[in-house]
Design a protein around this ligand. Structure first.
Ligand code: ADP
Ligand code: MG
Length: 166
């Protein structure tokens, strides 16, 4: 992922053997085109795509830096995923690094190559349960160390048998 200076865009390059993922991701972005909760797709190549640069913080950074993730953000993710479903996609691989709270306070979802997989994915539901069960509670710390979140994510992947995505 490279930020293009002077333009508010990023270029995502897929290295071998993952070039074919570029195709999936661009097809998926075209399906959700026009929705502000997904970055706009500008250009595509065999092994790259060019997207809007979303200025903001990922949910992961929010937890790390103590920036509140509000119930309306969770609701916006739900709505955006429902929208993708209505466009024939199967939202998958929803995790803290792929959800951004923009500078304006709205949610944006990135990294949607796996939205076209057929296998069901429980990841967002699991995150949401965690949000309401723990994050919402008064005793939940305002900031979480990165190492702890990395450990939790690794344990989750081991339990669920999912691979090491970012
Ligand atoms: N359009 C974007 N605007 C801003 N930051 C982005 C954008 N796309 C990706 N990023 C940042 O780069 C990271 C990796 O991008 P991502 O598309 O998730 O690649 P990967 O498929 O390797 O996980 C994201 O977690 C996010 O921090
Ligand atoms: Mg990612």
């Amino acid at each position: 992922m490279f930020k293009i200076k002077e333009q508010k865009r990023v270029i995502k390059v897929y290295y071998p053997p993952y070039q074919h993922v570029a195709k999936n991701e661009q097809i998926n972005y075209k399906k959700v085109a026009g929705d502000p909760r997904y970055p706009k797709l500008y250009e595509v190549g065999d092994d790259y795509i060019v997207l809007d640069y979303i200025e903001g913080k990922t949910f992961f950074q929010c937890l790390q830096e103590g920036i509140p993730i509000l119930p309306e953000h969770v609701k916006q993710v739900d709505d955006a995923l429902l929208f993708a479903r209505n466009r024939g996609l199967n939202p998958s691989d929803i995790h803290l690094h792929n959800l951004i709270i923009t500078k304006r306070g709205d949610v944006c979802i990135i990294d949607i190559a796996r939205f076209s997989q057929s296998k069901p994915c429980e990841q967002w539901n699991d995150l949401k349960s965690g949000y309401y069960r723990y994050y919402h509670k008064a005793y939940f710390p305002s900031k979480l160390p990165k190492w702890l979140m990395d450990v939790v994510a690794a344990l989750y992947r081991t339990r669920k048998g999912t691979s090491n995505h970012t």
